[in-house]
Design a protein around this ligand. Structure first.
Ligand SMILES: C[S@@+](CC[C@H](N)C(=O)[O-])C[C@H]1O[C@@H](n2cnc3c(N)ncnc32)[C@H](O)[C@@H]1O
Length: 206
């Protein structure tokens, strides 16, 4: 939790409480349904929560923004971002029903009324959103094909509407397959811990 305070010092007491409750909630639910690897529970704040919040260092979601989290698994990056941006609306989807049930339990326990969790394949969605967020689901080129039609045209952020995808490693090859306005934001510019040295946010405007 110190890590969250270190990089997000302006949280309200309510937000701080919610982030604090996450550890116990994930310990409880992960023992029943494996949504994150068991050893990762010990590094929940760094590898899951802070990593998810990396997207917030790239873009602040304004009030009323609609955001789709594709392949949310146990709720990452959607749940931490929904705590940070309580006035934005988050739709968290995954093709596996038992993961979505865990996400719904956690969102309910945290009283996140800006989160809707749903079992559905990304390719079947027909709503539209300002931004699509994701981590560790598939290669970016097929991913763009899944969600392209779900991005709305009206833009009211500093970045044009599109995808914000948490990725690691060398993205040169993937970038060459994307439109030229795509950009890579290095999370090492924001977070000093070793884990973040290779982590990036890939931004694809659509
Ligand atoms: C490796 S997990 C990552 C989970 C989470 N995003 C995280 O970073 O902890 C990938 C998730 O994507 C989901 N997934 C894969 N293909 C999908 C699709 N076409 N539509 C929705 N969910 C999908 C899987 O069920 C799985 O839960």
């Amino acid at each position: 939790m110190e890590l969250i305070n270190k990089y997000f010092p302006d949280l309200t007491d309510e937000q701080r409480d919610k982030f604090s409750q996450m550890e116990e909630l994930y310990q409880f639910w992960n023992a029943r349904v494996n949504v994150i690897s068991r050893q990762d529970i010990d590094t929940l704040y760094e590898r899951h929560i802070l990593h998810s919040l990396g997207i917030a260092k790239v873009l602040e979601f304004k009030s009323g923004t609609s955001i789709l989290d594709v392949g949310t698994g146990g709720g990452f990056p959607g749940i931490p971002l929904a705590i940070l941006f309580p006035k934005a609306q988050f739709h968290l989807v995954d093709s596996i029903g038992k993961k979505i049930r865990v996400v719904q339990e956690i969102a309910d326990a945290l009283k996140l009324d800006n989160v809707k969790a749903e079992q559905i394949r990304a390719e079947k969605l027909d709503d539209s959103y300002e931004f699509v967020i994701s981590r560790a689901v598939t290669r970016i080129t097929p991913f763009v094909g899944w969600v392209k039609r779900n991005i709305s045209k009206n833009s009211f952020h500093s970045l044009r509407n599109g995808i914000l995808y948490l990725k690691g490693g060398d993205l040169t090859e993937e970038l060459s397959e994307l439109n030229q306005k795509s950009r890579v934001f290095e999370l090492s510019d924001y977070f000093e811990e070793e884990f973040f040295q290779t982590k990036k946010v890939l931004y694809v405007p659509l």
